[in-house]
Ligand binder design. Structure first.
Ligand code: FAD
Length: 473
């Protein structure tokens, strides 16, 4: 789209937008509004779309009129929770953004451990609400991420081995479907929709409320970060592979190679961090297990001790500010063999810059015991999940660092199993990616998701996502 087209589009005001203004309690931000530039932006700074309007919902009652407008005009619709979607689907060129980000209420019932969450809540909102009750919902590792997108795709973090994915703790959701039915979905009501919401992304409707069952969190949780400089990476990662072969579920761990900010005090060179969260009251056992790793791979520096949960959950926030430029790829790995580790260490050794990294999440445990077809998450057998990610700031680096993420992914491909995690998946220039979704889910799960799409959004109103197209398209 050239500058003239953009000007024309920016000044186009379909009558429907005026009607919408009368029907919603929230605000509608259009291109001539001083708030527009902020309102159109999402976390991924590489996605620079100019929507026709951003509807900042004032309550969940605003969802239906916006869906109605998208349905009747055919305008592309982006649904935004926390705005952290890596592919940048939370905004859209020339369309309508339904921004639910102001709806952040979290209610906790300590007796039942049920936690009800509005669709704009961030992970920090949930941790802040549950922590005073000694409870936690398994979430991701950067606290500004939205609960909505995280849950609908999966939700991998510091409790994945002990407790599974965020979506494994979802017990109910309220949804306005693409057909504008207002449905409650749980194990008994609309169980097929409930299945699809747990992994199938925002393909079937707009979720207006999430209910999770939280777990009790031991006090204290034992946290560990062991830091290694370059020359120790190969040995430390091999030790990590051996260590993770027979750990109890309560030991959650992630190995990361990345450059930290100067404030972390570890210099500008990339470091390997072997991170762990032990969630059991038996602190002595946790320390004993960590000692096994430390003895095999003595770190250059370390932090080991009791952690306050919300602080642990937000420790990396500063590294990933809104506007970071990002392209992510991921892969499911059955094992950390010496061969795959050599490939990863070889590529990681090239990193002399700030802004790309990779994580190896240790899976198995509770996550691996959920039966494969119980949710729409694409793979339960992987023992490790690789996420190669970007968080750079300089637009001049876009091509080179995007290519780096692709190269790492291509190099590990021979060692992977099927399935990709849609929440760790970038998109070319923010475009919707049906083919990527088919590959991510695999044929069987994808076919089941298409059947749901036919039922709940046959017009593909909800297409600005890792799209599952209806069978008629
Ligand atoms: P949004 O961009 O608002 O939404 C993403 C998509 O979800 C939308 O495009 C839409 O299709 C859908 N959606 C959002 N809200 C709704 C709704 N109410 N109803 C229907 N559909 C909806 N993932 C992990 O698993 N673990 C991590 O530790 C983790 N860390 C991350 C750290 C950073 C810095 C970033 C950028 C991402 C991280 N992710 C992680 C990935 C994250 O789970 C996804 O990016 C997720 O989509 C973010 O959700 P959101 O609501 O913030 O994003």
């Amino acid at each position: 789209m050239d500058a003239e087209d953009r000007r024309e589009q920016d000044t186009a005001h379909p009558r429907e937008l005026e009607d919408l203004r009368a029907r919603v309690s929230g605000t509608i931000v259009e291109p001539d509004d001083p708030l527009y530039d902020d309102a159109r932006r999402v976390w991924n700074g590489m996605v620079d779309a100019r929507p026709l309007a951003v509807v900042r919902a004032g309550s969940v009652a605003d969802v239906d009129p916006v869906l109605s407008l998208a349905q009747h005009t055919g305008l592309p619709l982006a649904v935004r929770g926390g705005g952290h979607g890596v592919a940048g689907h939370g905004t859209v060129e020339g369309g309508i953004v339904l921004d639910l980000g102001a709806l952040r209420r979290v209610d906790v019932d300590p007796a039942s451990r049920l936690v009800t969450v509005e669709p704009g809540a961030t992970l920090a909102d949930v941790d802040r609400a549950t922590n005073p009750h000694g409870l936690a919902v398994p979430l991701g590792v950067v606290s500004a991420t939205g609960v909505a997108g995280l849950t609908l795709g999966g939700g991998v973090g510091w409790l994945t081995r002990s407790d599974g994915l965020t979506l494994d703790h979802l017990v109910a959701a309220d949804v306005v479907t693409g057909t504008r039915e207002h449905l409650h979905a749980d194990a008994r009501h609309n169980p097929d929709l409930f299945w699809g919401l747990r992994g199938g992304g925002g393909n079937f409707g707009v979720v207006t409320s999430f209910t999770f069952r939280a777990r009790e969190l031991p006090v204290p949780v034992l946290g560990a970060n062991l830091f290694y400089r370059r020359e120790k990476w190969r040995g430390a990662l091999r030790a990590f592979a051996r260590w993770t072969a027979d750990l109890p579920d309560a030991m959650n761990s992630i190995a990361s190679v990345l450059s930290l900010l100067p404030g972390f005090g570890l210099g500008e060179d990339p470091v390997l961090i072997l991170g762990a969260a032990w969630v059991s009251p038996d602190t002595e056992e946790g320390l004993r297990l960590l000692e096994r790793l430390r003895a095999e791979a003595p770190p250059d520096e370390e932090e080991v001790g009791p952690v306050e949960w919300p602080a642990w959950q937000s420790a990396l926030d500063e590294l990933f500010p809104k506007g970071s430029r990002a392209y992510w790829k991921n892969a499911a790995l059955p094992a950390l063999t010496d061969e795959v580790l050599d490939v990863l260490v070889g590529l990681a050794s090239e990193i002399s810059w700030y802004g790309t990294g990779f994580d190896l999440h240790h899976m198995g445990g509770f996550f691996g015991r959920v039966p494969a077809g119980a949710t729409a998450f694409p793979n339960r057998s992987a023992r490790y999940w690789l996420n190669v990610y970007g968080y750079w700031q300089d637009p001049a680096e876009d091509a080179r660092l995007t290519a780096f993420a692709r190269r790492v992914h291509a190099a590990v491909e021979p060692f992977t199993e099927s399935g990709q995690y849609v929440n760790f998946l970038g998109a070319e220039h923010g475009a919707a990616s049906p083919e990527a979704a088919r590959q991510a889910y695999g044929e069987r799960t994808h076919a089941r998701l298409v059947a749901l799409k036919d039922r709940f959004d046959p017009g593909n109103v909800l297409r600005r996502n890792h799209n599952i197209p209806p069978s008629s398209s």
